[in-house]
Design a binder for this molecule. Structure first.
Ligand code: BES
Ligand code: MN
Ligand code: ZN
Length: 517
């Protein structure tokens, strides 16, 4: 969607042509006799426009206003949550007339957080999935002009919100695609396309390269499917080479049947969303490419299907991970941790400032936190606090859960170094304890997004979470760069940087995938 930010007075907004003008009104007093100001003041006084966020009053071609339709919308106290409620209500109401051009005007002063909240809500209310519809009715809204009294202090927040929307919408697109339109190969091609953005590079590894790296755990999950696995390595370089990158690792199971430990049939379709961690990484890179912040970021996406088959993993099988640790697979449906553990081991080579994995990992996390907050796990208080804070300001919240060693007891087995499942109790935590065994050598956090990555009901679909949280975290990191490493350290870092080859399992594919630079 095309957003524009403009400095417009009440009088100028009245002269501004659009299909619908949404006037966002908070509970602070409003004065003046220009444009709609007297109408707004009168409506507020009469009680027709209560302060309750989401309350609407609609007008058709009001005299002196160039817009065809006008919606006065209350945004309550003007804080982010109320702005979101007000904008969702107004834009949903306005949608009925299929507007192409909308003006979103703040009647009073607006802060960066409220502006961002309004833009994200406007995008959310008008998003439509069309990829697999034969007669798609695409989003009619093409252009949203955000009108404020003074655009200058809001410019940065505006750019960030517009880029966040682009990232969220990319994540939604790939999340919503069904498994047959979102295979590991197609997902990796979507990643490779991001390399057309400035400072973004992408390498894609296939089965041969992954075997060579010794990723026995990831490869074992992929064995049950005829779709070849992909391992995506995305890089965004916005800062000096010597600066340690943040590594994002996204679970990319393009369909999770459970494997031989097969899932029940009901609602199994929802397991097409089991690559939403990966999709959030793609969304973040999309936004980074647009914003060009001064950070270095690596995105790792292990991607495959989890299928039952004659070649599939069997319960009781013991596999060897890239770290050397052997794993007894007691349940083939606990596959996410099996692909992530090898990606975490791979992450070490980047000498990362921090590694954050993002995964639709456990049903237990859905039970614990529902669809409101992601589960956050980290032994590092500073990293956990930074992610919590980023989530609050992005309205993409998470909640910290524990990592006490006692939770890891159930992963003990007589037949390997570790089992891939413990008992039912504390399932989100035991999954995190499994991952932690592979993340001992760097600052690490794990986000379990099983409850938040998509929603059911009439608006069934991807949410694009946690693109907003991750991006806010990275933009915060760009503002406070980590202390520079010594020349010796950075020289070592440069020479040890990962050198991977591009996948080659068909000539056609080879062309579609970007070569490493
Ligand atoms: N992808 C699922 C987790 C999931 C389940 C996400 C439901 C969203 C909704 C994951 O691979 C899985 O199957 N986890 C198992 C782990 C269990 C076997 C220990 C689960 O949560 O049931
Ligand atoms: Mn599973
Ligand atoms: Zn899964």
């Amino acid at each position: 969607m095309d957003f524009q930010l403009k400095t417009l007075t009440h009088a100028q907004v009245a002269d501004h042509k659009s299909d619908v003008l949404v006037v966002l009104i908070s509970s602070t007093p409003i004065s003046g006799d220009e444009g709609l100001a007297p109408t707004i003041a009168a409506a507020r006084k009469s009680g027709d426009l209560a302060d309750k966020p989401g309350k609407l009053l609609s007008l058709y071609r009001p005299p002196g206003v160039a817009a065809v339709r006008v919606l006065l919308a209350s945004i309550g106290d003007g804080m982010t949550a109320a702005v979101r409620t007000g904008v969702l209500a107004a834009v949903n109401a306005a949608k009925g007339s299929n507007p192409k051009r909308m003006t979103l005007m703040f009647a009073q002063d607006v802060d960066p957080a409220a502006l961002r909240s309004a833009m994200l809500a406007a995008a959310e209310a008008t998003y439509v999935y069309t990829s697999t519809k034969s007669k798609p009715e695409p989003r009619s809204l093409r252009q949203v002009t955000v009108a404020v009294a003074d655009a200058n202090p809001l410019r940065e927040a505006f750019e960030q919100a517009a880029a966040t929307v682009a990232g969220i919408e990319l994540a939604k697109e790939w999340g919503n695609r069904p498994g047959n339109y979102c295979t590991p190969t197609l997902l990796a091609e979507a990643a490779a396309e991001l390399a057309s953005l400035p400072r973004v590079r992408c390498e894609v590894l296939g089965p041969k390269e992954v075997d060579k790296l010794g990723m026995g755990s990831f490869a074992a999950v992929a064995k049950g499917s005829s779709e070849p696995l992909r391992f995506v390595v995305l890089r965004y370089q916005g800062a000096a080479k010597s600066q340690a990158p943040v590594v994002l690792v996204g679970k990319g199971i393009t369909f999770d049947t459970g494997g031989i430990s097969i899932k029940p049939a009901s609602e199994m379709d929802e397991m097409k969303w089991d690559m939403c961690g990966a999709a959030s990484v793609l969304g973040v890179f999309r936004a980074l490419g647009e914003l060009q912040p001064s950070v270095n970021v690596v995105g790792l996406i292990p991607s495959c299907e989890n299928m039952p088959d004659g070649k599939a993993l069997k319960p009781g099988d013991v596999i060897t991970s890239m770290s050397g640790q052997t794993i007894e697979v007691l349940n083939t449906d606990a596959e996410g941790r099996l692909i992530l553990c090898d990606a975490l081991t791979y992450a070490k080579r980047f000498e990362p400032a921090a590694v954050i994995d993002i995964a639709t990992l456990t049903g237990a996390c859905v039970v614990a936190l529902g669809g409101v907050r992601s589960g956050l796990f980290s032994p590092d208080d500073e990293l956990a606090d930074a992610l919590l804070k980023a989530g609050e300001s992005a309205q993409d919240r998470c909640w910290r859960l524990p990592l006490d060693d006692e939770y890891g007891e159930g992963l003990k087995t007589n037949f390997a170094d570790v089992a891939n499942v413990a008992g039912r109790a504390g399932g989100a935590v035991t999954a995190a304890k499994f991952l932690q065994r592979f993340a001992g050598e760097f600052r690490w956090a794990h986000l379990d997004i099983a409850g938040v990555a998509w929603k059911g009901g009439a608006g069934k679909g991807s949410t694009g979470r946690p693109v907003g949280l991750l991006l806010n975290y990275l933009l915060d990191a760009a503002r406070v760069p980590p202390p520079a490493s010594t020349p010796a350290e950075s020289a070592a870092r440069t020479s040890r940087r990962g050198a991977a080859k591009t996948v080659s399992d068909s000539p056609a594919r080879k062309r579609a995938v970007r070569q490493p630079r």
